[in-house]
Design a binder for this molecule. Structure first.
Ligand code: ATP
Length: 236
């Protein structure tokens, strides 16, 4: 049994159908990336897993438990934390205060304020700085750290590298092995194909709300991925 099983999920925004029968499975401690162009449905998939958007068909199980009737709040308690696109840091609160907000739904586990300081020394240096004065990279680290404070078994990260300088992206990605070494699985949504493939063990490529290619990140053929990503003729 996988940690998370997504079976034939569909989702819509009113009349617009955004997901057309998505399936994937994630195991403990694994990094699984979901890549695809703008509008492919990546964020929608994360919202459905986190419980902020209902699935209109299909099923989700986490630790073998059906998630259908679990609210977003209860999913955090069950061990699913979302790092949303745009980070959503409280700009008037300090780094430390933002982290304490994340510990509101705290489960037992490795992550606490001290361990976060070790994971992101840069944040430790900014502990009393308010969100408004943090850089994009600091905000991204803080968003991940805040989600970790709940001690999730599954961390959903939406667009970790968006708007960040390459050197900062590298710092953010360097933290993932420390996170998975504590047993947490990561589902990573990325537009940066190379970055996603390097960081993950398994990759799913989304196009117009469907999984058009998936497999082990190291075994997938780069040309095939590009064709699937852009929806070009001749893909498998
Ligand atoms: P991006 O990288 O641009 O965020 P994405 O792959 O995450 O793209 P989604 O944001 O999941 O794509 O969007 C999938 C589809 O759903 C798109 O057609 C998008 O326009 C639509 N969509 C997304 N959010 C909403 C919303 N709140 N209301 C209506 N339609 C939406």
């Amino acid at each position: 049994m996988s940690l998370l099983e997504v079976n034939n999920i569909e989702a819509r925004y009113g009349d617009l159908k955004a997901l057309f029968g998505i399936s994937l499975a994630i195991n403990p401690g694994e990094v699984h990336s979901v890549i695809g162009a703008n509008g492919a449905g990546k964020s929608t998939l994360l919202k459905v897993i986190a419980g902020t958007l209902p699935a209109t068909a299909g099923s989700l199980t986490f630790h073998g438990q059906d998630l259908a009737h679990l609210s977003a709040y209860k999913r955090v308690r069950a061990g699913i934390s979302l790092v949303p696109e745009g980070r959503r840091i409280f700009s008037s609160l300090t780094v430390e205060e933002n982290l304490k907000v994340g510990s509101y739904s705290r489960r037992k586990g490795h992550w606490n304020l001290n361990n976060i300081r070790d994971l992101y020394p840069l944040l430790a240096e900014r502990w009393d700085r308010i969100g408004f004065h943090c850089s994009g990279g600091e905000l991204q680290m803080l968003a991940i750290a805040r989600a970790l404070m709940a001690n999730p078994d599954l961390l959903l990260i939406d667009e970790a590298s968006l708007g960040l300088a390459p050197v900062v992206v590298a710092q953010v990605y360097a933290s993932l092995p420390h996170i998975t070494s504590q047993g947490t699985a990561v589902l990573l949504v990325e537009q940066d194909m190379q970055q996603a493939l390097r960081a993950s063990t398994h990759t799913s490529v989304l196009l117009e709300g469907k999984v058009v290619l998936e497999g082990s990140s190291s075994a997938l053929n780069k040309d095939e991925i590009k064709r699937a990503y852009f929806g070009m003729e001749g893909r498998a």
